[in-house]
Design a protein around this ligand. Structure first.
Ligand code: HEM
Length: 414
């Protein structure tokens, strides 16, 4: 029989202890939630918080009842002036894939998957390696210490996505600064003037993506935008606007998430030194280590859904209209799924079943690219700076928000 949240005797205690914006070390709290009241209602957020692996998977898997429409809605309402400006440029409600639902989502995702396939990703490997080597050598050059997030983790994924999309090197700095505005406008805490400035930048970036598409119609290039234009010409049903929206969202989807994977991942390997030693001696362990890092220390700790029809999950009735926060960072350590889930173990046989890339129809399209980027970084880092270690005495901090566990810095020495 389904029960309401109010029956959970720990509800009050969990509410008092929950610090949804502090991502420093939320894992002991998640464990407590799983063991006491696996779905509770956070009064501070106004969200149902879901902590068990099976329950999160069920919600990801039920797109009819749990819509992704709120997944990327701004954390602070956009001021009327900035909204009107974005509306006039056709930016309000624009989504590549993640905010769409079938049948549109199915149609577009099928075509994008044909272009953004393993062959296209494999083609990027030499460029990824070249960028990684250049950045590691610059970081190392004549020095014995560095801050690894700014020296390596931050720029590398953006440069890779620009290669994927076909943005020429000469445009990279400009386009990057425009694209960062999207993150600030969606997740930041901006006043009205700052919102206007960032809205203008987003329009510039959107116009740039539209031009990428129209340029491919006159001069074909071997990149993702070119592949999508070719598929369109072959009769696959996708509009210019939909292709531009894919390009527009790709940078957002694949930049900071991969930066955090590299930053969090190198930190975990240096904290658990035996794992760093193991991949250094035998790099064939690197792919397993990448999966375990994704499970243990995910870039996105939690993700949102809107309940469209009252549905029972894990014995709790989630009412229609409710906002739901799926805590993948908790599900990934659920002892019902992972033996000794709280321990870091690169030999874990089922690490790849983690929820860090989501599940179901919106499962991350860029997951093979993110994993490849981090694999190449680790191969080059272990070979070029094998004595890498953490600088002692540092504290690790993360930008305050509910979802993105982005390390603010990582001081390393060798
Ligand atoms: C560590 C890095 C990454 C993480 C943790 C991550 C995480 C996620 C998650 C959780 C979702 C599911 C969203 C939902 O269900 O609402 C998702 C979707 C998506 N991701 Fe990623 N992502 C990463 C890297 C990338 C990269 C590198 C790209 C592309 C270059 C990318 C492109 C996408 C796209 C296009 C979707 C939407 C798919 C759809 O709605 O059908 N991601 N990602």
């Amino acid at each position: 029989m389904s029960r309401g949240i109010e029956n959970c005797p720990y509800h009050k205690e969990l509410n008092a202890a929950y610090k949804p914006f502090d991502l420093t070390d939320p894992f002991p709290f998640y464990k407590k939630v799983r063991e006491t009241c696996p779905i509770f209602y956070s009064e501070e957020l106004g969200y149902y918080v879901v902590s068990k692996y099976e329950d999160i998977k069920a919600i990801f898997g039920n797109w009819q009842a749990f819509s992704s429409e709120n997944a990327q809605s701004p954390s602070k309402p956009i001021a009327q002036k900035a909204k009107a400006l974005m509306d006039s440029a056709g930016l309000v409600g624009l989504s590549g894939l993640s905010g769409r639902i079938p049948p549109d989502h199915t149609r577009i995702r099928r075509i994008v998957s044909m272009a953004f396939n393993l062959a296209r990703i494999k083609k990027l490997e030499p460029a990824i390696r070249e960028i990684a080597i250049r950045m590691i050598e610059e970081m190392k050059d004549g020095k014995s210490e560095a801050e690894l997030v700014s020296a390596l983790a931050y720029d590398l994924p953006a440069l890779v996505i620009f290669k994927l999309l076909g943005v020429p090197d000469s445009d990279v700095d400009q386009v990057k600064s425009w694209a960062e505005s999207r993150l600030l406008l969606t997740w930041g805490d901006l006043d009205e003037d700052a919102q206007m400035m960032h809205a203008e930048n987003m329009i510039r970036y959107w116009n740039y993506c539209q031009k990428l598409v129209s340029d491919r119609k006159t001069t074909m290039q071997d990149d993702l935008a070119g592949d999508l234009v070719t598929l369109q010409a072959e009769g696959h049903e996708i509009t210019d606007r939909e292709i531009a929206a894919i390009c527009y969202s790709q940078l957002f989807a694949g930049h900071e998430t991969t930066t955090s994977l590299i930053g969090n991942g190198v930190r975990e390997l240096l904290v658990h030194r035996e794992s760093w030693a193991a991949i250094k001696i035998d790099p064939t362990w690197i792919p397993k280590a990448v999966d375990e890092i994704l499970r243990y220390s995910p870039s996105i700790l939690s993700w949102r859904r809107k309940c469209k029809a009252a549905t029972e999950v894990g014995g709790v009735l989630i009412p229609e209209g409710a906002d739901v926060l799926m805590v993948m960072g908790s599900g990934n350590r659920d002892e019902a799924m992972y033996e000794n889930g709280e321990s870091f173990n690169i030999e874990r046989p089922n690490a790849a079943t983690h929820l860090s890339f989501g599940s179901g129809i919106h499962f991350c399209l860029g997951s093979p690219l993110a994993k490849l980027e981090f694999k190449v970084v680790l191969e080059e880092l272990t070979a070029r700076i094998p004595t890498l270690q953490l600088k002692p005495g540092q504290t690790f901090s993360f930008a305050p928000n509910t979802s993105f566990r982005a390390p603010q810095g990582l001081q390393v020495q060798w």
